[in-house]
Design a protein around this ligand. Sequence first.
Ligand SMILES: C[S@@+](CC[C@H](N)C(=O)[O-])C[C@H]1O[C@@H](n2cnc3c(N)ncnc32)[C@H](O)[C@@H]1O
Length: 247
Amino acid sequence: MPRPWYETIFDERYPELFGPLERDPEEEVSRIVDLLSLPPGASVVDLGCGRGRHAIPLSRRGYRVTGVDLSYKMLRLACERADREGIAVEWVREDMREFVRLGAFDACLSMFTSFGFFNDQENEKVLRNVSASLKEGGTLLLDLRNAQKGLAGEEEDLEKTMGVPAGRLRLHVHFDRQTGRAHAEHELTRPDGIRISSAFDVRIYSEEELNGMLGRAGMHVTAVYGSLEGSLFTPGAERMVVIARRV
Ligand SMILES: C[S@@+](CC[C@H](N)C(=O)[O-])C[C@H]1O[C@@H](n2cnc3c(N)ncnc32)[C@H](O)[C@@H]1O
């Protein structure tokens, strides 16, 4: 049985393949703190924390941060950076389908489309784990790609090539209306002609579907935005940022 994609693509190639699409994490952390009205010293878990882009700046601002990720390689990058910068974060190598810490956190983050990797049952399990790990009144922020138009057939598959510091990056995203999933391929051609690539496959949930799933998990949606800046969510928005509160 081949290993699922989410166990293989998150490695040392990640910064070159995905880095050019990332926004400034310091700015994003300021937005997160505002959107969640995070009180000083709050405990925060970053699910699928990757190389600590948000966990490290949050800890520097005085929050108590736990970063959970399945990839040893991503966690090693995170841990090395935190050590270099003298920042304390609790790094946990665990599958988000299994990670639960009862009533431990004021907030949970899922950044840069780190939700929707599995089948519907497993994705719901992640939300149940989040709910169980939040304190009563604790909040979840899901920062997701919005592909409603692609899935509704109002938009063609995405094909884009751009110049990036490490070469030329080609992105191809196919929207599968049958499965409600987006299948994306990133291919980087370095100046010496060497190519690296990765492909991933994410379930794209509508606002209504997320409302239902979060409700069943014991949370309710308090806001949906089109960006971390808090812009209005529209069908054409690039992101879907969902804030939910544990009941
Ligand atoms: C798209 S990256 C985003 C990383 C980080 N949130 C950021 O904004 O830079 C998704 C992350 O989820 C992690 N991941 C994948 N499958 C996972 C799983 N089953 N449990 C926990 N983390 C997982 C990957 O290793 C990767 O670091």
